[in-house]
Design a protein around this ligand. Structure first.
Ligand code: FUB
Length: 328
């Protein structure tokens, strides 16, 4: 089994003084790896398009024991080594297949459109080598990959700065009308990956998120509808799809029976943190479940300087996640 884990009621920071965010935590060969955004101080002012999240590289973090601080293993991939990318290395994720590790990441291309790229390494801590071009057919931000018994699915999408509102049926336009509050909310996307892990095996499909009556969540339902930061994990033979609600600053989740959904909304995982929003992952370590996420407390509330945290996550007897307080 992997590193020792003890019950942990209170959240704990993974670093005292380094700024990382958007943790995608993965267990590879019984070791804990965290693929995160690397936040930096920037002169770019807070902008609606997220330009102040001006990250330029990825460092892979490791955790020997959940009660200790994490370790920064140095730069694993940097902007200048990604041939197609212009700026903004946002939330990544990684997966192992065979003896290779695949890092999936969003960045803006030369036309300032977010695409998803992939970079490969023989080591979980890199260095990773980027493909020449982004993955054909991808767009927007926040990729995460589900390894479902050897079938690999990529999910992605994020509103506003994440540009998802500029796509309908996978087609880009700057001119789609803003959704009315009673129209169906925009949805995250899913596509199976080809065996080479570098191409989509199918066109991205919507991941349906339904309310308790089987109706799609509406765009005005800001406390429940999808905004960004998707994560998928399995518990008791169910698929849990969790995400950030953006403007209402919550982490919420929905449950489904297969990777494609539909998923039925269930409730809140985390109430708002200090900072604009959070972004998370949920993993099992030694038979306990943990939430990895970030807040901006340590930077005095600067939305673009975020610190990683971990806390234990609990389910009730019906498999529902107990809501936690983001201000802790
Ligand atoms: O880190 C940049 C962006 O902020 C991420 O892609 C979003 O999920 C939000 O955390």
């Amino acid at each position: 089994m992997c590193a020792i884990g003890y019950a942990q009621e209170n959240p704990k920071y993974l670093f005292d003084d380094l700024y990382f965010a958007d943790p995608s935590t993965r267990i590879f060969d019984d070791k804990i790896y965290i693929y995160a955004s690397h936040d930096i101080q920037t002169d770019v002012k807070d902008a609606a398009n997220g330009a102040h999240f001006n990250m330029k590289d990825y460092n892979v973090l490791t955790l020997d024991n959940i009660n200790e601080k994490a370790k920064d293993n140095g730069v694993a991939l940097k902007l200048e080594d990604i041939p197609w990318a212009k700026q903004q290395l946002w939330a990544p994720d990684a997966v192992k297949k065979g003896n290779k590790y695949y890092l999936y990441f969003p960045a803006k291309d030369k036309d300032d459109l977010f695409k998803i790229g992939v970079a490969v390494s023989k080591s979980p801590t890199g260095p990773f080598k980027s493909e020449k071009n982004p993955i054909t057919g991808t767009y927007s931000i926040d990729p995460t990959v589900l390894d479902d018994q050897g079938k690999y699915y990529i999910y992605f999408g994020g509103l506003k700065g994440g540009q998802l509102q500029n796509y309908r049926n996978n087609q880009y336009s700057e001119n789609y009308p803003e959704l009315q509050k009673d129209e169906n909310a925009l949805l995250p996307k899913i596509a199976r990956l080809k065996d080479n892990m570098k191409e989509l095996a199918e066109a991205p499909k919507d991941v349906l998120i339904l309310d308790e009556n089987g109706n799609q969540l509406k765009s005005g339902d800001q406390h429940r509808r999808f905004f960004e930061g998707i994560w998928v994990h399995q518990y008791n033979n169910k698929y849990y799809l969790s995400y950030s609600t953006g403007e209402t600053h919550k982490l919420v989740y929905a449950i489904g029976d297969n990777p494609y959904g539909p998923f039925t909304f269930k409730g809140e995982i985390l109430t708002p943190v200090v900072g604009w929003t959070t972004h998370h992952s949920i993993v099992e370590i030694n038979k306990k479940w943990y939430l990895f996420y970030h807040d901006s407390k340590k930077s005095g509330g600067k939305s673009y300087l975020r610190s990683l945290k971990i806390r234990e996550l609990k389910y009730d007897e019906n498999g529902l996640i107990q809501t936690m307080n983001g201000q802790d």
